[in-house]
Write a protein that binds this ligand. Structure first.
Ligand code: GLN
Ligand code: ZN
Length: 783
């Protein structure tokens, strides 16, 4: 049953004048950090004991109210609440359900900061809960730890209090909850619980809490409720789909009298899941991602239930481009014909959490580029403009300005570079790989490099001191001269080189002191990239990233790293590794253009990096590492799309180094250890040496590698964890290396830390590396 379609506050007048149509607009969720990362600073100051909980709560309440008001002013009808979070919305749900792991010593009652933040970040006596990637975004959520013994109870009233808070400001919102099925599907079995424990079996235990929340929301006056069930876009089996039907039929009586919206996002919903979700009886409205979900439109056309509302996610929540309003409007008009005039609501493709906050704060971007963009605040206006147009009140000025900006973007010489287009097009259909096998290459390389068995190296960066960061900042702000800067960085490099020689490391690095960030450093020197001043996106907790914007064809006007790398090489007779970021990582950590497929952009970056690789080789650098820290991050959400992605991603990597001589040794580094499913792609990268994170010394990982690396490439599974300040002993490292040697051949094993040393202190790095070299030597002597 559908309850009344409530007219938005203050729009009665419009209803009378415009064919009795309301402007149906909705936003799935909104960034919490604030336009200038106000929440970040408030959180960090609270954590540091520099402010109290009231100060923090005040900042949070101000942010919430300004966001609600902003949405109301933008004419959004369905304004979400409970999308704010002090850390993470999944952790908020864990708190709502009272599913606090025993180690946090919670004794019941409403969960406060004293329990919430230790779960999120750990403290001196307890480690934090695990954090993992939220679907294919760069946001990370806190993974619920569940098992048969968890006693669920209603322990955080946040959803209800936020609803009431908005209401007291005169704004009737749609409270948003993480849906019960997605919550369980995103959980893991707690320590001590069988890995095979059926988490979905907990549904009967969590629904009573959901029912309490729903009852309170109803009592507080809510007329809508939104359940985010994004797991519906994943490959689910029939048992998992069944859980949706079961859950929402269990909730049916509690939900009666409420309009119920189920939101899906990040991809299209597989056909079976579409059938399941459209047949849920108590559900009034369904939200679909019409930006990433390429098949959603066809599914809707193939049959959308006549009595339900369609929340059409046409405004992209994952990117920063201005919407193509004309094209969205025609999509919406077609949908309107399908679902009925009063059943269509204009929405965002997903929460705006994954885009930057407000273009108004941009000082670094020029006006032309700005006219092509829309951050969260501008997306609200787009949603409203579309809803108004659909209701017969098209604002011609807005539409024509939008069309003009799109035309200028399309025809701008800053976007198109004929030579790059041509070179990238020429790549298609052909394969790019080095002419000889890795075994033959390693032999030629060894003749040139004469490395000992179990060669030692590091991953690239050395500690970045406050002073170093300051020098870089001042140079950027033109406060110190080029000459002084070069002198300072040269000295820094020479210290790092000397240290590595003293430690007797075999393959050296220059330490990356000139780099602030492994993507930004390259982006700033490549053409086709723009950088924002405040384009922050939440990554986890208070941490935000500021992805570069790739707006045009990418090329590399002049060498980017040759100056520093050859200077470093001149300081030592030992091989100096050139250090580059790979094309897939640059792509995956940027806002990518939406006017060509991702792989096109990736190929262009690959060609730019190829130029750099060849310049380094010409400058006498014989070992070059091309980091692909984020290769795995780009994996699509669905199995059926993986092969295509891996194929172009790995091809892009090979393009960067297919032109080098056999004697040039290509390394790659990846920051994760879960390789099992992509090992064949990693082999297909055809690097000479692969270094990977291996902090848990997972032996299964090594056997996977042995299978894969039979073809003979060098492999360097990290021998110690750089994420911890702990200094590993020589014995401990030697023990790890011998375990590796039990599985891998002596002639392919490299000895190196897990990742770069940028975030560590020299007081940690020196003894740790010294023990690492000692351990390598110990084992060499035993060979
Ligand atoms: N070369 C980079 C460094 O050492 C690699 C960092 C990374 O893999 N995330 O900092
Ligand atoms: Zn790494």
């Amino acid at each position: 049953s559908i309850s009344v379609f409530t007219p938005p506050r203050g729009t009665q007048f419009l209803r009378l004048n415009f064919r009795f149509r309301t402007m149906a607009s909705h936003v799935v969720g909104y960034p919490r950090m604030g336009p200038k990362r106000e929440l970040k600073f408030a959180l960090e100051s609270f954590w540091d004991g520099k402010s109290n909980s009231e100060d923090l709560e005040k900042v949070a309440a101000d942010l919430r109210s300004s966001i609600w008001k902003q949405m109301a002013d933008a004419g959004i009808k369905y304004i979400p609440s409970n999308t704010f979070s002090y850390y993470d919305q999944v952790l908020d749900t864990t708190a709502m359900l009272g599913a606090v792991p025993p180690r946090y010593g919670w004794n019941g009652g409403e969960i406060g900061f004293d329990v919430y933040f230790p779960m999120a970040r750990g403290n001196a006596s307890v480690p934090a809960m695990e954090m993992t990637k939220w679907f294919d975004t760069n946001y990370h959520y806190i993974v619920p730890e569940l098992g048969p013994d968890v006693k669920f109870s209603y322990a955080s009233h946040k959803a209800v209090s936020e609803y009431k808070e908005a209401k007291s400001l005169g704004i009737d919102t749609v409270p948003v909850l993480v849906g019960p099925v997605s919550f369980l599907l995103l959980s893991k079995a707690a320590k001590g619980v069988e890995k095979s424990f059926p988490l979905l079996s907990l549904i009967e235990k969590i629904l009573p809490v959901y029912k309490e929340v729903i009852a309170e929301l109803k009592a507080a006056g809510a007329s809508w409720i939104q359940f985010d069930e994004p797991t519906l876009v994943k490959d689910l089996d029939s048992h998992q789909l069944q859980a949706f039907s079961h859950t929402y039929s269990e909730l049916e009586s509690s939900l009666s009298g409420l309009n119920v919206l189920i939101e899906t996002y990040f991809a299209d919903v597989p056909a079976e899941a579409f059938k399941t979700v459209t047949s849920l009886k108590c559900v009034t409205a369904l939200g679909f991602d019409l930006v990433r979900g390429s098949k959603n439109l066809d599914l809707i056309k193939s049959g959308f239930p006549s009595e339900k509302y369609l929340f059409a996610g046409v405004v992209d929540g994952r990117n920063i481009w201005a919407n193509d309003l004309a094209s969205s409007l025609s999509t919406l008009q077609a949908l309107e014909n399908l679902v009925g005039k009063d059943k269509l609501v204009v929405s965002t493709s997903c929460s705006l959490l994954h885009t930057a906050v407000d273009l108004m704060n941009e000082t670094r971007l020029d006006e032309e580029i700005k006219s092509w963009l829309a951050f969260a605040a501008q997306k609200l206006i787009e949603v409203n403009a579309l809803a108004k147009a659909l209701a017969g009140q098209k604002d011609e000025a807005v539409f024509s300005a939008n069309a003009a900006a799109r035309t200028s973007r399309k025809s701008s010489p800053r976007v198109t570079n004929g030579a790059v287009q041509k070179a990238a097009a020429a790549l298609k259909g052909s394969d790019h790989r080095r002419a000889t096998t890795v075994c033959a290459r390693l032999e030629s390389q060894q003749k040139k490099l004469s490395l000992p068995a179990l060669p030692t190296t590091t991953i690239g960066s050395f500690p970045q001191t406050l002073e170093l960061r300051k020098v870089r900042r001042e140079y950027k702000a033109n406060k110190i001269s080029e000459e002084d800067y070069v002198k300072y960085i040269t000295e820094e490099i020479s210290k790092v080189v000397k240290l590595q020689e003293d430690l007797d490391i075999d393959v050296l690095v220059h330490g990356e002191p000139e780099r602030n960030d492994m993507v930004e450093y390259f982006g700033e020197q490549l053409s086709g990239f723009a950088f924002t001043a405040n384009g922050w996106v939440q990554s986890y907790g208070s941490r935000c990233v500021k992805p570069p914007i790739i707006y045009g064809d990418v090329s590399c006007p002049k060498p980017m790293t040759v100056f520093w790398s050859s200077r470093a090489q001149s300081m030592s007779k030992r091989p100096m590794k050139g250090m580059l970021t790979g094309p897939v990582t640059i792509l995956n950590w940027s806002f990518v253009r939406d006017d060509q497929p991702r792989f096109e952009t990736c190929y262009q970056i690959a060609l730019a990096i190829k130029d750099e690789v060849e310049d380094l080789e010409k400058a006498g650098i014989n070992v070059i590492q091309i980091d692909e820290a984020a290769l795995r991050e780009g994996l699509p959400l669905r199995k059926s799309e993986e092969a295509f992605y891996l194929n172009w991603a790995v091809h892009s990597f090979r393009i960067t180094n297919c032109g080098v001589q056999d004697t040039t040794q290509i390394h790659t580094h990846m920051c994760y250890s879960n390789f099992n499913d992509i090992i064949h792609s990693i082999i297909d990268m055809d690097a000479d040496v692969i270094t990977i994170e291996n902090s848990r010394s997972d032996e299964k990982l090594l056997s996977v590698f042995r299978e894969g690396v039979k073809y003979g490439a060098g492999i360097g599974p990290g021998v110690y964890d750089i994420h911890s300040p702990r200094i590993p002993s020589t014995e401990e490292i030697a023990d790890r290396i011998s375990k590796m040697l039990a599985v891998l051949d002596t002639n392919i094993l490299w000895v190196n830390p897990d990742c770069g040393l940028k975030t560590r202190k020299y007081t940690e790095v020196k003894p740790a590396l010294s023990n690492m070299v000692a351990a390598a030597k110990l084992l060499r002597d035993q060979l």
